[in-house]
Ligand binder design. Structure first.
Ligand code: NAD
Ligand code: LMR
Length: 338
């Protein structure tokens, strides 16, 4: 019997060195929670991204299996697996981008905030590792409730003395992906031609699609606005109910996460004009965190776009969103400061 090479990392190391010498600019990316419903397709799609030279897959279960599987894909990224807390530091050391989809998902009848008790602690531990091992990495937080887990991450980094608000981004890309899809359906267009800004946060009324700013511009009827706003705000619940206890969005989320991570990496590479919506430390409203369009560059979030002109419907939505967001942010901050 031929044994699979147990020093399979040797080839990887050699390839890594070649790449460094060739200065082709590959990035090192870690996925924390890589064996999960989001983590697995996300890891697969990151392995297909030519900007990634090294891909670290970390989880508390099944990381070796997922790593062995994905490592056989004939794309250039070198894949390494890390299992359990004792390997977290190795997983994080040297990373340029860390993506966090670790944590429990919703079941029907739950809100995202119902996940706080479990996921807050998970995000805290992972961010303590990031502060120690790769404080200059860009961090993409997917774990819910995002409205609170991003403030938790910020507090952990502040405590460690490593906080750079330009490097911490809550992933709200799935709201944009859904909004583009649902609006395109109404307009009879290809979703790739549609751009819907979605601002605020990532839960219920905090998800605020700005339909007055849709590109290509279109004047929706009040009925269309009600339908679209409700569907975009409840897109996550639509999937949770359809999965009937088997979790929440994983495949569309992996797609959205990779679209967002790719934008972050292109920004890091120095590409111009990379703009996406994300939940970040912000002065766009009086709240310390808010999702809006941001420009991504070599240093992370380089510019936060203003909300632009809102109509009356959107101004009312903004007030509701801010009220709920304020509580979720405070809850995250208190979790670390208590
Ligand atoms: P899942 O249960 O399928 O996978 C989660 C993975 O996290 C599991 O493999 C688990 O072992 C791992 N994990 C648990 N504790 C960990 C720890 N301490 N360190 C590392 N890994 C750990 O769940 P999922 O469907 O992949 O969802 C993950 C999270 O993403 C949930 O909180 C969910 O609500 C959230 N989510 C967010 C968005 C968004 O738009 N931001 C969209 C969908 C889901
Ligand atoms: C989503 O929007 O799909 C995620 O936040 C998962 C959820 O719980 O809805």
């Amino acid at each position: 019997h031929l044994q699979p090479p147990n020093d399979s990392q040797m080839g990887g190391l050699r390839r890594e060195n070649c790449r460094a010498k060739g200065a082709s600019g590959g990035f090192k990316v870690a996925v924390l929670g890589a064996a999960g419903g989001i983590g697995q397709p996300l890891a697969m799609l990151m392995k297909m991204n030519p900007l990634v030279s090294v891909l670290h897959l970390y989880d508390v279960v099944n990381a070796p299996g997922v790593t062995a599987d994905i490592s056989h894909m004939d794309t250039s990224a070198v894949v390494r697996g890390f299992l359990g807390q004792q390997q977290l530091e190795d997983a994080l050391t040297g990373m340029d981008l860390v993506i966090i989809p670790a944590g429990v998902p919703r079941k029907p009848g739950m809100t995202r905030d119902d996940l706080f008790n479990i996921n807050a602690g998970i995000v805290k531990t992972l961010c303590e590792g990031i502060a120690k091992c790769c404080p200059k990495a860009i961090v993409n937080v997917i774990s819910n409730p995002v409205n609170s887990t991003v403030p938790i991450a910020a507090e952990v980094f502040k405590k460690a003395g490593t906080y750079d608000p330009k490097l911490l981004l809550g992933v709200t890309m799935l709201d944009v992906v859904r909004a583009n899809t649902f609006v395109a359906e109404v307009l009879g267009l290809d979703p790739r031609e549609v751009d819907v800004p979605v601002v605020g946060g990532h839960a219920g009324v905090t998800i605020l699609p700005l339909l007055s700013q849709v590109k290509p511009s279109f004047s929706f009827t009040p009925k269309e606005i009600d339908y679209l706003t409700d569907r975009i705000q409840n897109g996550g619940t639509e999937v949770v109910e359809a999965k009937a206890g088997a979790g929440s969005a994983t495949l569309s989320m992996a797609y959205a996460a990779v679209k967002f991570a790719d934008a972050c990496l292109r920004g890091l590479r120095g590409d111009a004009g990379i703009v996406q919506c994300a939940y970040v430390a912000s002065e766009v409203t009086e709240l310390p965190f808010f999702a809006s369009k941001v420009r991504l560059g070599r240093t992370g979030v380089e510019e936060i776009h203003p909300l632009g002109p809102l109509n009356e419907y959107e101004r009312a939505g903004l007030e509701k969103a801010k009220k709920e967001l304020a509580g979720s942010i405070q809850k995250g901050v208190s979790f670390i400061r208590k």
